[in-house]
Design a binder for this molecule. Structure first.
Ligand SMILES: Cc1ncc(COP(=O)(O)O)c(C=O)c1O
Length: 407
């Protein structure tokens, strides 16, 4: 086999494999109960409804849906998304022109990295934060600086201090990456006061806010909080959300809302990425939304996930030894568990694997190397029975580890 090491770019050398994607392979073994991936439950996919919608798309839009389409996405879908966003009280001039359809939010994250980050630039991210975002920004050789989270999400007080410190050191700070609602992996929700403060800080230091909101609609109790974009009068918030968790990730369909200026750059970027997002998926999502099915479907998903969240939390109480910390997430798909500090969840993964249960260790989400005794548990993918059995297995693994460490 020939070797090409000297041919790869420096950038390619700095790319890291996604630990989560590696772990997803684990889910292929049917004996393993996996809390590792961020997968929606396949039982939630509206297959019957989609059969009819696929027919409608082919009959009504077939020749356009199967053709190359506009880079920004089909107008019909951008219009319904913009209308919906305005209903959710977003400011910052939300129009179909300021909305772009992307091939998953992952593409949107890559695009913001591409248009904002020079090598060495600072992107501020939560501690912990979404690994896919971290990897996307790292691929542009950014310097990722972590801001701790508490039970209310990113600590905006520490954020401001950190920005001041970085500016003093002459560092080029570009954006704050926030997942304010049912954060991945921590499950936290930023209250309105913090969202407003975040916008004020971004204004003060002329920064962009990347608001990543895949889980905002998966809400099981409590009241809705407006997106950060709703407090943005200046167009400095780049908002993104996705159909992956509210319809199906297989469509690879998401959207991004940004000011005119930023949108122009994003569209140029997308031209080079993939020319356009699949028109067929876009028309399906459009017809699904137009028929009024989306809201109903989101309600059904929440009805399915809420008891799953409860089974996970109750099983944690029942099977985990004392000493763990986990705040009950009011929505989303994840519980973030912190074990006593002497437990290394990365090392414990192998023990869990032997007991046929999987999770993602906390270090994977922390750019400062922290999170060593934490883990992320997904509750949406498993059946209710698997949730209870898997948590029991995990409880046994933790208990055994604690006994060994306390000896
Ligand atoms: C916070 C966050 N952002 C972005 C994504 C990527 O979503 P998509 O399937 O739209 O690419 C995910 C997926 O899990 C996520 O959790």
């Amino acid at each position: 086999m020939a070797h090409f090491d000297e041919l790869y770019s420096d950038r390619a050398g700095k790319m890291r494999k996604s630990e989560i994607r590696e772990l997803l392979r684990v889910t292929e073994d049917p004996e393993i109960i996996s809390f590792a991936g961020g997968l929606p439950n396949p039982q939630s996919f509206p297959i019957q409804d989609l059969k009819g919608i696929v027919q409608t798309v082919l009959s009504n839009h077939g020749k356009i849906a199967l053709q190359y389409g506009p880079t920004q996405g089909i107008k019909e879908l951008r219009e319904v998304i913009a209308e919906r966003s305005i209903r959710e009280s977003m400011k910052g001039g939300v129009t179909p022109e300021n909305t772009m359809i992307t091939s998953g939010s992952q593409q949107a994250l890559d695009a913001v990295g591409k248009i904002f980050l020079n090598p060495g630039d600072i992107a501020l991210v939560g501690l912990p934060s979404y690994l896919g975002g971290i990897n996307a920004f790292r691929s542009y050789e950014a310097n990722l600086v972590g801001i701790p989270l508490d039970k209310d999400g990113m600590r905006v007080d520490l954020l401001e201090e950190k920005i001041k410190e970085l500016i003093k050191q002459d560092m080029s700070v570009k954006f704050i990456y926030a997942i304010p609602t049912f954060q991945n992996p921590a499950g936290t929700v930023m209250p309105e006061s913090r969202r407003k403060k975040l916008v004020e800080i971004a204004h003060e230091y002329n920064l962009i806010i990347i608001e990543d909101d895949p889980y905002g609609k998966l809400q099981y109790d409590g009241s809705t909080v407006k997106p950060i974009k709703a407090f943005d009068d200046e167009g400095r918030v780049v908002y993104m959300s996705t159909f992956s968790k509210i319809l199906a990730p297989g469509f690879r369909l998401a959207w991004i809302i940004a000011s005119e200026d930023i949108m122009r750059k994003l569209a140029l970027c997308k031209q080079a990425q993939d020319l356009c997002t699949a028109g067929f998926s876009q028309y399906i999502a459009y017809e699904f939304m137009k028929s009024g099915s989306l809201d109903l479907h989101i309600m059904k998903i929440c009805e399915m996930y809420k008891p799953k969240r409860d089974i996970m939390m109750n099983s944690m109480k029942k099977y985990f030894p004392e000493g763990y910390i986990c705040n009950k997430p009011n929505g989303g798909m994840f519980a973030w568990v912190t074990l006593p500090e002497q437990i290394d969840t990365e090392a414990m993964f192998l023990d869990a694997f032997k007991e046929k249960v999987a999770y993602v260790h906390g270090k994977a989400f922390c750019v400062d190397g922290g999170g060593g005794s934490s883990m992320r548990l997904n509750f949406s993918y498993s059946t209710n029975e698997q949730l209870e059995t898997g948590m029991k297995r995990l409880g046994t693994v933790i208990e055994r580890k604690m006994k060994v460490l306390c000896r």
